[in-house]
Design a protein around this ligand. Structure first.
Ligand code: ARG
Length: 561
């Protein structure tokens, strides 16, 4: 089924010692124009070793290559172009997909291995930002992709639930807080308290002192401080859970920063034991001069531990608990230095698994070309965006298909699908300009466009009198584009895993949907003739792959819209 590999093998066989299959594989290209074949092998590199002109090499290879897999083999300049046998390939691809169903494209690379993914990880008592949305949807898609490659995925939400800001929040609550208001709208009210604290603190020095005192109490296990903190955390999680529920995303662990409070002493001990700690202005740091990195701050002069210390403790804990073969941190690129430092410290501690830790950064979300920031009140609430998308989807459904069953759930899948896809179609590291309008578009290169294509294909299958069989006889030229795309799905998944980039799958489902729609526009699928079964099988295979592609992105595929 891997036709590129099969072509590479043919070339390697013909060339004997000159070129390995792997080398051939890496050289093979996909021609820009379909008229130049399905694959092309450039002969330039061989010209040197064989001391022949690449044109001559291409001609010789073309005359020697005989394989029923190819219906035409052609030398074109320095290239050896091959045309796959459409009938054979179509039959193989479609049969395989119908047999394997949603397991088509499953890989075995990760068998018996675990990958932990740290993603989403919002800060409690603060609004869930657009940046956290990126981490959430990219992280979730990556978790699906690694699972597809055979790994066990552990989804961890490393909540930002500890730090001096909670001392301030308690102080603010004690002064101005209203229990009922918070219960009604936890994140909003807590955030208001936080903002008010900072405003008032500008003219009232007493406040900062109160905040510090409350944080000290919290760290010392004071009953009231702890109760309030726990309450803020619980209420925040309720708010976050609503968002995760809308998005259809869940986690294996919500153990955030606070969980590591009693696990940091050990890290500090280890560092001391290995003689890695040094003092700097009363603080304890690990120097990373040899890596030309600034020192990693472990303990502040007042004894308080830090973000990095928690991440070190978390890494140790996760390694012991999950025995991961890889740990991915899906966190914005502005934290690159932080992760670089944390990974370097682990390396200095002598953990060979430190090299299995990967920071997976992503681009910023910009507003008018500038970074969006919570502090300047530019915050855009994710939940409102999602609700807006869902209600737009509902309007569409009511207009087009008022009789539809479970309208609510379909509207959720479509609205949320638009928002998720809008994010994932961008290359992971690219910045995205925030545009609510674009996020709510349902046409063009959008999630709903793919979902709509899927639903249309499902309706064709429903309207057919016979079930699709894998008896492939006659398929027209137009179907070839679809078959080629279907055949490449497993490679696309592997590449998405290799690059840790879901956008490859997003682009792929768009291409497949476009190819299907153009086939649909040119072909009468449901006419009763010799080719009916084959066409239905093609449609069926397309639905399987579209649905699975969307699933990997974390997007649902309703059968009726
Ligand atoms: N809470 C952090 C933030 O919002 C992200 C945490 C990322 N994960 C980690 N292990 N440091 O910026």
């Amino acid at each position: 089924m891997d036709y590129k590999s099969q072509f590479a093998k043919c070339i390697a066989d013909l060339l004997g010692e000159q070129l390995t299959e792997q080398q051939a594989y890496e050289l093979i290209e996909v021609p820009k124009y379909a008229s130049h074949g399905d694959f092309a092998f450039p002969c330039f590199t061989l010209a040197k070793t064989l001391r022949k002109s690449p044109v001559l090499i291409a001609e010789e290879l073309a005359s020697k290559l005989h394989n029923p897999l190819f219906e035409k083999v052609e030398a074109k300049g320095a290239y050896l172009n091959v045309f796959l046998n459409k009938a054979t390939v179509s039959k193989q691809v479609i049969e395989t997909i119908l047999q394997q169903g949603n397991h088509y494209g499953d890989g075995s690379l990760g068998e018996g291995k675990t990958i932990v993914l740290d993603f989403s990880s919002p800060n409690i008592a603060k609004p869930f930002s657009m940046g956290h949305l990126r981490s959430t949807v990219i992280g979730n898609a990556l978790a699906n992709i690694v699972e597809k490659c055979g790994y066990q995925a552990v989804r961890i939400n490393h909540l930002g639930d500890w730090g001096t800001q909670f001392g301030k929040l308690i102080a603010a609550y004690k002064r101005w807080g209203d229990e009922n208001k918070i219960k009604e709208n936890p994140i909003k009210e807590l955030f208001n308290l936080y903002v008010k604290f900072h405003e008032e603190a500008e003219t009232n020095e007493q406040l900062e002192r109160e905040g510090r005192a409350w944080f000290k109490k919290l760290e010392d296990g004071d009953e009231e401080a702890h109760r309030l903190w726990q309450w803020f955390r619980d209420e925040s999680l309720k708010d976050f859970s609503r968002i995760y529920h809308l998005l259809g995303i869940s986690f294996d662990s919500y153990q955030g920063e606070a969980f590591y409070n009693d696990k940091m002493e050990r890290v500090v001990h280890l560092l001391e034991e290995r003689g890695l700690l040094s003092e700097s202005d009363g603080a304890m740091v690990v120097r990373l001069d040899e890596k030309e990195l600034p020192p990693c701050l472990i303990k502040k002069s007042d004894g308080a531990t830090l973000y990095a210390t928690r991440d070190l403790a978390a890494a140790l804990y996760r390694h012991e608990t999950y025995e991961f073969s890889k740990a991915l941190y899906v966190v914005g690129q502005e934290q690159s230095l932080h992760f670089n430092q944390v990974f370097s410290v682990l390396e200095k501690l002598g953990f060979d698994w430190a090299k299995m830790m990967v920071h997976v950064p992503f681009g910023l979300i910009l507003k008018d070309g500038k970074k969006m920031s919570t502090r300047r009140g530019r915050v855009i609430l994710l939940e409102e965006v999602l609700q807006e998308a869902i209600s737009l989807a509902k309007q569409n459904i009511t207009a087009k298909n008022p009789e539809l069953e479970n309208k609510e759930e379909v509207a959720r899948q479509v609205g949320v699908g638009a928002v998720i896809f809008h994010d994932l179609k961008n290359e992971r590291t690219h910045n995205i300009e925030f545009s609510l309008e674009d996020m709510l578009k349902f046409e063009g290169e959008t999630g709903p466009y793919v979902q709509y294509t899927y639903a249309r294909a499902c309706s064709i299958l429903r309207n057919a009198n016979t079930a699709a069989t894998s008896e492939i006889k006659e398929l027209t030229e137009e179907s070839w584009e679809i078959v080629k795309l279907l055949a490449s799905f497993p490679h696309v998944i592997q590449k998405a895993y290799k690059n840790l980039d879901p956008s490859l799958i997003a682009k792929y489902v768009i291409h497949l949907a476009q190819a299907f729609n153009s086939y649909y526009a040119h072909t009468k699928i449901l006419v009763e003739d010799e080719g009916l079964n084959s066409r239905l099988a093609l449609v069926h295979a397309t639905t399987v792959v579209l649905k699975e592609g969307l699933r990997l992105l974390g997007i649902g595929a309703p059968e009726r819209m």
